[in-house]
Design a protein around this ligand. Structure first.
Ligand code: NAX
Length: 321
C-alpha cells in the first residue's frame, strides 16, 4: 500500500475549504489508491467551525483518510506536508482599499511561507487559491526562498474549466470532449480566455472549436466576458462566491501537476515567469513518470513553458524563452 500523502488546506473551515476537504479525502485530488492525511489550518476565530469540519470528516468514514490534523497553529499545520493548498486569506471587505487587503495578506503569507519553508516536506508543492492569487503566490515565494519557484503555483484552472464549460454548453457536446483552451494573463477580470487552439472530439476526429462554433462574434465577445465575469454571476445567484467549482478545480490542478495531463492535453496554471510579470497563466502539459521534459503546446506559435512532474518528491523544469 502507498504511504499517505499529507495535504494542507488553509482556510479549511471556509466555503471552499468545506467543499475541498471531502474531495481530497475521497481521492479526487491524488487518486483512488492514494491514502491521505489532511492538515487543516484556520484562525482562532474559526477554531470551533474547524473542529466541526473534523467531526464531519470522521463521520464520513473515508477509507483513504488516514488522519486529520485540525489546528490554528501554523507550524503544526505545515509540518511534513507534501502538498499545500492555500485557501485562507483576508477577504476584501466593503470600504477597504486594495492596498489594505494586500498588507493583511502580506502578513499572513509571510508567516505561512516561513512555516512551509522550515517544516514542510522537501519538494512540497504549493497551490495558492486565495485572492489576489498571483500576488499571494509572489509573496509566498519572497518569504520562502528555499522553496523552488517551480513548486509554487496559483489557481487559474477554474477559469480554464469555465471556458471548457462554455464551449460544451454552446455546442451541446460533452465537456470531457473539449480540450486545450488557454487562459492568458493575470487571474482577474483582465484574463484572456483563448479558444484558438481548442478542439472537440467528434466521431470524425478532433475539430477546432472555432470551426464548430462558426460564430466569431460569440467567441470574441460573449464567450470571453462570460468567463471573465463568471464570479459576478455566481455571487448574484448564490449571494456567495464560487466554492464547489473552485474546490473541484483546485483538485484538478494538483491532480494534473502530480499525475500528469493526458497526452496532447494542456491545462492552465499560474506559474512563476521571470522578467517583469511574476505569476502568469500558461498552458502546461505535464508528463508523468518519464522524467523527460514535456512540451507545452507543440503547435502553438508562442513561447511556452516546460515543466515535468515525475513524482511527489522529484520535480524539475525550466522556462523556455
Ligand atoms: P471564506 O471566507 O469562506 O473562507 C476563508 C477562510 O480562510 C475562513 O475560514 C477564514 O477564517 C480563513 N482564514 C483567514 N485568514 C487565515 C489565516 N491567516 N490562516 C488560515 N486561515 C485563514 O472564503 P472562500 O469563499 O473559501 O474563498 C477563499 C479564497 O479563495 C478567497 O480569497 C477567494 O477570493 C479565493 N478564490 C479564488 C479563486 C481562484 O480561482 N483563484 C476562485 C474562488 C475564490 O473566490
Amino acid at each position: 500500500a502507498k504511504e499517505p500523502v499529507r495535504v494542507l488546506v488553509t482556510g479549511a473551515s471556509g466555503q471552499i475549504g468545506y467543499a475541498l476537504v471531502p474531495m481530497i479525502a475521497r481521492g479526487v485530488m491524488l487518486g483512488l489508491d492514494q491514502p491521505v492525511i489532511l492538515h487543516m489550518l484556520d484562525i482562532p476565530l474559526a477554531a470551533e467551525a474547524l473542529h466541526g469540519v473534523k467531526i464531519e470528516l470522521v463521520d464520513a468514514a473515508f477509507p483513504l483518510l488516514k488522519g486529520v490534523v485540525a489546528t490554528t497553529d501554523v507550524v503544526e499545520a505545515c509540518t511534513g506536508v507534501n502538498i499545500a493548498v492555500m485557501v485562507g486569506g483576508f477577504p476584501r471587505k466593503e470600504g477597504m482599499e486594495r492596498k489594505d487587503v494586500m498588507s493583511k495578506n502580506v502578513a499572513i503569507y509571510k508567516s505561512q511561507a516561513s512555516a512551509l519553508e522550515k517544516y514542510a516536506a522537501a519538494n512540497c508543492k504549493v497551490l495558492v487559491v486565495a485572492n489576489p492569487a498571483n500576488t499571494n503566490a509572489l509573496i509566498l515565494k519572497e518569504f520562502a526562498l528555499s522553496i523552488s519557484e517551480k513548486n509554487i503555483t496559483c489557481l487559474t484552472r477554474l477559469d480554464h474549466n469555465r471556458a471548457l464549460g462554455q464551449v460544451s454548453e454552446r455546442l451541446s457536446v460533452l465537456v470531457s470532449d473539449v480540450k486545450n483552451v488557454i487562459i492568458w494573463g493575470n487571474h482577474s477580470s483582465t484574463q484572456y480566455p483563448d479558444v484558438n487552439h481548442a478542439t472537440v472530439k467528434t466521431p470524425a476526429g478532433e475539430k477546432p472549436v472555432r470551426v464548430l462554433v462558426a460564430n466569431d462574434e460569440w467567441l470574441n465577445g460573449e464567450f470571453i466576458t462570460t468567463v471573465q465575469q463568471r464570479d459576478v454571476a455566481i455571487i448574484k445567484a448564490r449571494k456567495l462566491s464560487s466554492a464547489l467549482s473552485a474546490a473541484s478545480s483546485a483538485c484538478d490542478h494538483i491532480h494534473d501537476w502530480v499525475l500528469g495531463t493526458p497526452e496532447g492535453t494542456w491545462v492552465s496554471m499560474g506559474v512563476y515567469s521571470d522578467g517583469s510579470y511574476n505569476w502568469l497563466n500558461f498552458p502546461i502539459e505535464i508528463k508523468n513518470g518519464s522524467g523527460g521534459l514535456c512540451f507545452v503546446g507543440a503547435q502553438l506559435p508562442f513561447s511556452c513553458l516546460f515543466m515535468t512532474s515525475t513524482s511527489m518528491s522529484e520535480q524539475t523544469g525550466s522556462r523556455l524563452i
